[in-house]
Design a protein around this ligand. Structure first.
Ligand SMILES: Nc1ncnc2c1ncn2[C@@H]1O[C@H](COP(=O)(O)OP(=O)(O)OP(=O)(O)O)[C@@H](O)[C@H]1O
Ligand SMILES: [Mg+2]
Length: 398
């Protein structure tokens, strides 16, 4: 650990002596304080964006683990939690491990002792993540989740970028966001990143594509998502051939647990090539008559392509808007269940313009929560290797 960069620590809560702990850590070379917040429930976005690696949570509770506060922290970060308390806390200690707390520090304590606890929590958590990733790599290949809608503006890109953020940040998955809206892709803008390379550079490269090479073309977002953006110039779109894409998917499935694909509002070669490899297809509908009509046509096309019904999921975006169609009306028109509903939320437009996915800035917003549900159901954590209906390839006719 000695020659590594300082561990990012976020301090939440309150306890007698916590201020002294903070002062001690502020001067310590092995630790970087990335934020403090007395109330973790209110700290959501700040905590989520801090990229903290360890959370020190001060508590005055002596009997029990402060569950609501621990849950509020867990909702926005997977970083290990160390409880700090000044009380002698017998029951607290025995409950802590069961509650998923990494360690408990009883104050007063020398700064070096606290830093040691922080390092231990960090290295245990890192070891566990590496172990999980290794397991995933050896047993499973990444799952491809594709968002499609035949209507422009239905919310594919907003939902794709937020869903990717949820997979990476909340589920701790290795996640790639692949922008296959090759002419006018704006996934990078919605993630607020300025990429140095795009899929255009990847397909033009001479070097054989493998996991290492792929890593050189993606841009890492602070949520943990890796983004492979669309070409910068629309005329470069046609250089991304089906054959190249096939190879890209093969390599990406080795490197990532989940690959979220954003698409243009029409079927063309690259979208068909993507469908061939899609484990879960999210059909994004907004609650208006033209969109529903076009989704119906899309279903017919998918039938012709023999795309399995169990991999199709209807997602109603902007649900609950006063003027829009109701879920039941759409289900009746399409003869298909609405699997997911994402509500309309004013803050979405703000998040798009700020370039920060709402699932990161407000994980507890209605949109953030509904996308956590989508992520949990589409690629359940317990079954990384065995998504229902996934795995086997379907073959297009012709
Ligand atoms: N649930 C929502 N609540 C509020 N606004 C939303 C919601 N979903 C999408 N929007 C708004 O709709 C706009 C269009 O969404 P988005 O760009 O994701 O659509 P798209 O399907 O990717 O469009 P295109 O086909 O042109 O790429 C966004 O800028 C956003 O402001
Ligand atoms: Mg789009």
């Amino acid at each position: 650990m000695t020659n590594q960069s300082p561990i990012k620590v976020f301090i939440t809560g309150a306890a007698n002596g916590l201020a002294e702990v903070r002062e001690g850590l502020a001067d310590h070379p092995d630790v970087e304080l990335v934020g403090t917040a007395a109330d973790p429930v209110k700290a959501g976005a700040k905590l989520a964006e801090s990229a903290a690696q360890v959370i020190l949570h001060g508590t005055t509770a002596t009997e029990h683990v402060p569950t609501p506060e621990v849950e509020a922290i867990r909702a926005v970060t997977a970083a290990p939690i160390v409880l700090v308390t000044s009380a002698s806390a017998n029951t607290l200690l025995s409950e802590a491990l069961q509650a998923g707390i990494h360690d408990v520090v009883l104050l007063p304590q020398l700064t070096d002792g606290i830093v040691f606890t922080i390092k231990k929590a960090h290295s245990l958590a890192a070891g566990r993540a590496a172990g999980a990733a290794g397991k995933a790599a050896s047993h499973a290949e990444g799952k491809v989740v594709t968002l499609f809608s035949p209507k422009g503006g239905s919310g594919k890109t907003v939902l794709a970028s937020n869903l990717a953020a949820v997979f990476a940040r909340h589920q701790g998955r290795r996640t790639l966001l692949l922008d296959l809206d090759l002419q006018f892709g704006d996934a990078a803008i919605m993630m607020g990143i300025e990429p140095e390379k795009t899929i255009y550079d990847l397909v033009m490269a001479r070097r054989e594509l493998d996991s290492d090479a792929l890593a050189g073309y993606v841009t890492a977002h602070q949520s943990g998502v890796h983004v492979l953006p669309a070409p910068l110039r629309p005329e470069d779109a046609e250089l991304v051939t089906e054959e190249r894409l096939g190879h890209l998917f093969a390599v990406a499935k080795e490197s990532y647990d989940v690959i979220v694909v954003d698409t243009p509002p029409f079927f063309h070669g690259p979208v068909l090539a993507t469908l061939d490899r899609t484990d879960q297809l999210l059909l994004v509908a907004s609650p208006d008559v033209p969109t529903v009509k076009n989704i119906k046509l899309t279903m017919q096309t998918l039938d012709l392509l023999h795309y399995p019904k169990e991999r199709r999921h209807l997602l109603l975006n902007r649900a609950g808007s006063k003027v829009g169609l109701k879920a039941q009306e759409i289900e009746r028109a399409l003869d298909m269940k609405v699997a997911f509903e994402v509500p309309v939320e004013r803050e979405v437009a703000v998040s798009v313009n700020r370039g920060v996915p709402i699932a990161i800035s407000s994980p507890r917003s209605a949109v953030g929560k509904s996308l956590q549900d989508v992520a949990d159901k589409l690629v359940p954590l317990r079954t990384t290797g065995a998504v229902e209906g996934g795995g086997k390839k379907f073959r297009r006719k012709g």
